[in-house]
Design a protein around this ligand. Structure first.
Ligand code: XMP
Length: 525
């Protein structure tokens, strides 16, 4: 199988490059810029892509091994990657007079293979013009020998360059972001056209390979998996079940902080629907007991994480035949933890479901989704027969309603919140936006209700009420790193509010959260 190697120089959007390449059905991996030449050779890339990065190439230690230019494989440099290519091969990079950030119109020149036939429009003289996204301070001011300009803008005369004999291409703009309209085409042109990679990375091929790999890995041994109801652990369970059937046992811990009826739904789908062995553990009292009196969000996360491990461990002890612990780790988790190791990324909130379990359990780790991006995990889930509705569900945090009940968590609050949340989600699923023809559930990336431990006065019938408040939160985002609050129709918000106040006794006020991330986060805690 042809593979593309992407070297990450610390770009915020390096993962997008990988996703665009995978969308061309070509397998690729993202590795830190300082991957050794020997490792690069062992990886055997069909082509290499150098990502952007926040540094200046002439004064930073973010330098890849320039030996990669001697391997005889095509290379595409993006932004910092272009500057690194220029500097490594004898060109010059200098600070620009000012930073260039935002849309730019580039003019393609010289009919390069990279841009040939790709344009958003053409100039009066017949040159192809492309709308691209720029974000750079430095720029290439002198090209290395053998290179020529393949695109220019008035403020950036070397907006792209190439040495077509060696198949070295470089662009100052960012083809991986959607603002660059033909960006995906440009990346696909490089990967499929210039590098000639075969588009053989497809779901049916992947399932076959993955099933085979799981069977080889675990042999006759048994596997346990913590099923959370989320997409990743569900797809992992379905895949492993496909590979080893009854030798997989799933443990589903009900901590009382799940969405309404979630436990029953999980049992329906897995135990009854797919015939997977699932042990359901009712640990509601244990969790609530340990959370009593605790108000600090990080403290709550820690307790929920710790109790989860405890309950899971107790169940695992009852299954001595299990030698493997399966986890729904996906590729972005893997990349993030690599980043964390080199201190190039830092956690803003501790996510309890990453790490922690294997060491204490003394089990071998099985992570069949670790090569996949989220959209690929979903595609895989559907291909394995999981319900579309389940696979395309909004994400749900590991600590569940524990971080959506502000302050102290109580069973009584959880129950009110579950019901309000279910009404909100039901209305989002049932309301179609007439412009797009999509439901508001599909148009939002994550939506939920938050319980505020605040009482306010209301009137109902002839009486005065003094009850709790819930906030509705709905966001639109592509990566959950930044997010906009969703512009839900007033009529929809009004209907949700009426229903919650009428149907959930104990709540008399509903508010809508209109904060973006940043500065707010998506969750309230
Ligand atoms: P924030 O609130 O940080 O959320 O903007 C970004 C995304 O992460 C989810 N999230 C969590 N997921 N454990 C999880 O598994 C957690 O502790 C946690 N905190 C936030 C959040 O739901 C959103 O999708």
């Amino acid at each position: 199988m042809d593979k593309i190697l992407i070297l990450d120089f610390g770009s915020q959007v390096a993962q997008l490059i990988a996703r665009r390449v995978r969308e061309a059905h070509v397998y690729c991996e993202l590795h830190p810029f300082d991957m050794s030449l020997a490792d690069i050779q062992a990886f055997g890339p069909k082509a290499i892509i150098l990502s952007g990065g926040p540094n200046s190439v002439y004064e930073s230690d973010y330098q890849a091994d320039a030996g990669l230019f001697e391997l005889g494989v095509p290379v595409l440099g993006i932004c910092y990657g272009m500057q690194f290519m220029a500097q490594s091969l004898g060109g010059k990079v200098e600070a620009g007079a000012k930073r260039e950030f935002g849309y730019a119109e580039i003019r393609a020149r010289g009919h390069s293979q990279l841009f040939n036939g790709l344009q958003d429009r053409s100039s009066a003289e017949g040159h192809g013009l492309l709308d691209v996204w720029m974000s750079h301070g430095d720029k290439v001011t002198a090209m290395p020998a053998g290179f020529s300009v393949i695109a220019e803008t008035p403020s950036c005369p070397i907006a792209a360059m190439a040495d077509e004999t060696r198949k070295f291409y470089a662009v100052q703009f960012h083809p991986e972001v959607t603002h660059t309209k033909r960006g995906t085409d440009i990346l696909h042109r490089f990967v499929l056209g210039i590098a000639g990679a075969q588009p053989s990375w497809t779901m049916p091929n992947y399932i076959e390979e993955a099933v085979q790999k799981i069977r080889e890995q675990v042999g006759d041994e048994e596997v346990i998996l913590g099923l959370s109801g989320g997409v990743d652990s569900s797809v992992a369970a379905a895949l492993i079940h496909r590979a080893i059937g009854d030798k997989l046992t799933c443990v589903f811990v009900d901590h009382g902080l799940l969405r309404l009826n979630e436990g029953d739904m999980v049992m329906d789908m897995f135990a009854r629907g797919l015939g997977v062995k699932v042990i359901r553990v009712d640990a509601r009292e244990q969790f609530m007991g340990h959370l009593a009196g605790v108000t600090d969000p990080e403290q709550k996360r820690k307790i929920i994480g710790r109790e989860f491990v405890e309950v899971f461990q107790a169940e695992a002890k009852k299954l001595p035949a299990a030698k493997w612990l399966a986890q729904g780790t996906i590729y972005p988790d893997v990349i993030e933890s690599a980043g964390a190791k080199t201190k190039k990324a830092h956690a803003i909130k501790s996510h309890h479901n990453v790490g922690g379990l294997p060491e204490t359990l003394n089990l071998k780790l099985l992570e069949p989704l670790r090569d996949l991006f989220k959209d690929e995990v979903r595609e895989l889930g559907v291909a394995l027969g999981l319900a579309h509705e389940m696979v395309y569900r909004h994400p749900f945090p590991g600590p569940g309603l524990g971080v959506r009940i502000l302050g102290e968590v109580k069973a009584e609050y959880a129950e009110l919140l579950q019901r309000a949340d279910a009404i909100f989600i039901e209305e989002l699923r049932n309301t179609v936006d007439e412009h797009s023809g999509k439901t508001w559930y599909e148009l939002t990336s994550q939506a939920f209700a938050v319980f505020l431990p605040v009482k306010s006065v209301g009137v109902m019938g002839d009486g005065r009420t003094y009850e709790w408040v819930v906030a509705l939160r709905a966001v639109v985002t592509s990566d959950f790193m930044t997010a906009h609050w969703a512009e839900l129709p007033y009529s929809l918000l009004g209907r949700v509010s009426n229903r919650i106040i009428n149907e959930v006794r104990g709540l008399n006020r509903v508010v809508y959260d209109v904060s973006g991330k940043p500065p707010a986060t998506i969750e309230w805690e």
